[in-house]
Write a protein that binds this ligand. Sequence first.
Ligand SMILES: [Zn+2]
Length: 138
Amino acid sequence: MTKTYFDYDEHDFMRGPYPLTSARIDRLSEQTFGVYVLADDGPNHRNHRLTVYIGRGYIKTRLLRHEEGVNAPRYFSFVEIDSLDPHEANEEAFRIECALFHKYGKARYLNNRIHPARPKGRTDLPLCAESGCTGEAY
Ligand SMILES: [Zn+2]
């Protein structure tokens, strides 16, 4: 079954899209922590991109893993969460990841199989940063 994806939107708060190549990924620092969006070419025309995946974590490590995969998408965008407090950085990344996961149609319209998880050990946070969601994938 072929998936339907939402169109990729440029986000003012994110950098990219860049080609998802090892050469471009290598320019990132190992310490870059944040949220990323993976996009692919649309089937019909140039400059039409589709959003296929939302992720968070140490971006370089995560992107290299995606780049090695079969049918790797062609583009990535990211936002670095540059907080000195790891507690705050994790919470902010979770909030942004949830917002993007919802914006692009959740697991039904993304290659993500599950809803973004709360930061480890943060049972004080809701299961989703979006109101009305209890962490379901669809
Ligand atoms: Zn949610």
